[in-house]
Design a protein around this ligand. Structure first.
Ligand code: ZN
Length: 445
């Protein structure tokens, strides 16, 4: 028996397909061949800030044990399934498949996966590593999908991880509005949250489990374990047929993309970072109602932007003042036109509030009314009794801050797949062990 890891990425295009669906088909076909899976299919979201991302930027890995004699057949079956279900004719769809045999995933693959989830890697690096660890890879078109496929093999989700049950539509419904009973999603949310997350946008009462594109997904339910997403799935009333469903183990909602950066001069475009600094420029509301402010440390200065759809986060950003200490979480956007390198905020941790000091004119010592300034350095005059003074000074008053320290997160509807929502704080796992439920991959298959 040998252990095999099959990574797949970038089979979809903006007009059709979904790599999770290709993986689902492959799970069924491999099961028929008699392989035995050692993990749920892994759905690994990669750095959402890379310039060439596919929709959602998710790569897949299937891990199983099989008879050595089956290895060739498995590879052929995989390639065939990817070819038949990828949108190969679409420019920018560059599928990649990686095969790795071994009971242990080498450390350098895990390290490579981290780089791919948090930063930028080149196809050359992936190809070099594939040779080094004796994996095999196939690239279609430009082959860029090999990067994600290799990363999916390398990311064994041994740290914090979550699950997603994805239900698929029948092909005749692709591209039509999704029909799911919203009230049933509300009920499911009430019964299963916070063990499930991002089901509903509580602010706008909008269902978040259904995507909007032409892809085959009817809905996806995210949660902490396989049992809860399966239970939640049974509570949701679909008003159209479900072709099949699969439970994936994922890095959704784990902040896996964010990397602590020690100093502002180490922040580079396309990374996903957490960096701390002191507010050095008051927030400004710029066209289309974004809020932009700057933070500084000993090494440099950088802009941070909170976008309109990010709601609470944007409101908090607007209340910052110079000298507040914050941690900025988000993707780094490169310089473009007049805009400098900017962190697009996903989260903001307000660590320390600076005192907000306001200056008032002194009170008249004779009549007790507020005096007025006669100009810079000219002293004060009371317009009620006529008293003048060149020695009185402005009073300093500390005003109450409306902003509170703490973490502010984008609203669920604008969260990335990888963003850890508020509801998951405290639920993180180091989950080394994976228990397989029976009957986990499909219905009406
Ligand atoms: Zn007076």
């Amino acid at each position: 028996m040998l252990t095999m890891h099959v990574g797949i990425d970038d089979t979809d295009s903006p007009r059709k397909g979904c790599t999770t669906y290709v993986a689902t088909l492959l799970v069924e076909k491999l099961s028929q061949l008699g392989v035995s899976f050692i993990d749920y299919p892994n759905l690994v979201r990669l750095n959402p800030n890379v310039p060439w991302k596919t929709r959602g930027n998710g790569a897949l890995c299937l891990r199983f044990r099989c008879d050595e004699k089956l290895a060739n057949e498995i590879m052929e079956l995989t390639i065939d399934t990817v070819e038949k279900n990828s949108d190969m004719d679409c420019a920018g769809t560059d599928p990649g498949v990686v095969f790795f045999q071994g009971s242990q995933v080498p450390e350098e693959l895990t390290f490579f996966a981290r780089q791919t989830i948090q930063g930028l890697v080149k196809l050359q690096e992936a190809l070099k590593l594939i040779r080094a660890v004796k994996a095999e890879a196939l690239g279609f078109n430009s082959g860029r999908g090999i990067i994600g496929a290799l990363a999916a093999v390398g990311e064994t989700l041994s740290g914090d991880n979550t699950y997603e049950l994805i239900a698929y539509r029948v092909p005749e419904n692709y591209g039509t509005p999704r029909r799911v009973d919203a009230a049933s999603v509300e009920r499911m949310n009430q019964k299963t949250a916070p063990l499930t997350f991002n089901n509903i946008d509580t602010e706008k009462r909008r269902v978040l489990i259904t995507p909007h594109g032409p892809d085959p997904i009817l809905y996806g339910i995210r949660g902490e374990n396989p049992a809860i997403v399966k239970r939640a799935h049974r509570m949701v009333r679909a008003l159209e047929p479900i072709e099949r469903w699969t439970i994936f183990r994922t890095n959704h909602g784990t902040d896996a993309h964010l990397r602590w950066v020690d100093s502002i001069d180490a922040v580079f475009p396309y990374q996903s970072v957490i960096v701390s600094g002191t507010v050095t420029r008051e927030p400004q509301v710029i066209p289309r109602r974004h809020v932009v402010f700057s933070i500084v440390d000993k090494t440099g200065q950088i802009d941070c932007a909170a976008y309109e759809p990010t709601q609470d986060l944007r409101k908090a950003a607007q209340l910052l003042i110079v000298d507040d200490v914050v941690e900025a979480f988000g993707g780094v956007r490169p310089k473009s036109g007049k805009c400098p390198v900017t962190i697009n905020l996903e989260k903001l941790n307000v660590v320390k509030l600076a005192p907000k000091v306001v200056f008032h004119n002194p009170v008249c010592p004779l009549c007790g009314k507020r005096m007025e300034s006669m100009g810079a350095g000219q002293g004060f005059r009371c317009k009620h009794c006529g008293f003048r003074s060149s020695t009185l000074k402005k009073e300093t008053v500390e005003e109450k801050r409306l902003l509170k320290t703490g973490l502010y997160v984008t609203s669920p509807r604008s969260q990335r797949h990888l963003t850890k929502p508020f509801s998951r704080y405290g639920l993180e796992k180091s989950g080394k062990s994976v228990r397989m439920a029976s009957n986990w991959f499909w219905v009406n298959g």
